[in-house]
Ligand binder design. Structure first.
Ligand code: ADP
Ligand code: ADP
Length: 223
């Protein structure tokens, strides 16, 4: 679905990623780890076409990222759900409207039942009318997950989805992502939380990739 071949990227003079090969297969559960500043967020951005690589090839659903028109890229991105690290919301819109936003952007209305079901799944149906500034960290993360999956994407990319929540909430978010994966959605989670990775490994078949020295490697025995 997402394939990077010999991809390199930098911001200006400092090289960040070199010769990265990555395939995200349908239904796979991947972790992406590595120290802060290693380039995890950058790699995720390359995976959903938010950045254009310096060199190498990126294919999204069989199409060369650089050959996609703006419209085609927008369509392609709807097949990829993204949970951003900062979980930004429009503060003047209710949680319900924020979650529905990707759907509304396509010019269609979200069926009420679907939205209700989705909010119930993440345990936020009672918060549907709340404004984002009143939500707790864990509630924001779960709302971001709901927003990421409202278009029924084939793959979900999550950037430190448990970065700002306590362990119990991390487990809850992980459970939701595992459930999503069991229903067939591929998942890739960027995290430096090795405890979270170990917990996932006991429940689902996962692969862990690590960015070290600008390259992407299979994670070793530290797990
Ligand atoms: P990670 O997610 O592993 O912490 P990032 O991909 O966020 O790593 O960042 C990798 C490095 O690239 C960091 O040193 C960061 O400061 C730098 N960086 C990220 N985005 C930009 C940008 N837009 N312009 C310049 N440098 C950036
Ligand atoms: P957490 O321990 O998960 O960070 P908080 O203590 O921040 O949770 O919030 C607990 C509950 O209080 C949540 O349901 C949250 O939505 C609600 N809440 C937090 N801040 C506000 C606020 N300013 N106005 C209304 N509700 C709030």
């Amino acid at each position: 679905m997402i394939r990077l071949a010999n991809v390199s990227h930098d911001y200006g003079d400092r090289s960040l990623l070199t010769g990265v090969d990555l395939t995200i297969a349908p239904g796979a559960f991947n972790f992406l780890t590595g120290p802060s500043g290693a380039g995890k967020s950058t790699l995720l951005k390359l995976c959903y076409g938010d950045l254009t690589q310096r060199s190498g090839e990126i294919e999204l659903f069989g199409q060369d990222l650089r050959s996609l028109s703006r419209d085609a890229l927008a369509d392609t991105r709807r097949r990829i759900g993204v949970i951003h690290q900062d979980c930004e919301f429009l503060d003047h819109l209710t949680l319900r409207d924020n979650v529905a936003l990707p759907f509304v952007a396509t010019g269609r209305a979200v069926p009420d039942d679907d939205l209700h079901e989705l909010l119930a799944w993440v345990g936020l149906d009672h918060k549907a009318d709340a404004l984002p500034p009143t939500l707790s960290g864990g509630e924001r993360q779960r709302a971001a997950l709901a927003r990421a999956v409202i278009m029924s994407p084939e793959v979900v990319l999550a950037d430190e989805p448990t970065g700002n929540v306590d362990w119990e909430m991390s487990q809850r978010l992980l459970s939701l992502l595992i459930e999503l994966n069991r229903m067939g959605t591929a998942v890739m989670i960027a995290t430096h939380d090795l405890h979270l990775i170990r917990t996932a490994k006991s429940q689902v078949t996962t692969r862990t990739l690590r960015i070290a020295n600008q390259t992407l490697q299979a994670a070793g025995s530290e797990l």
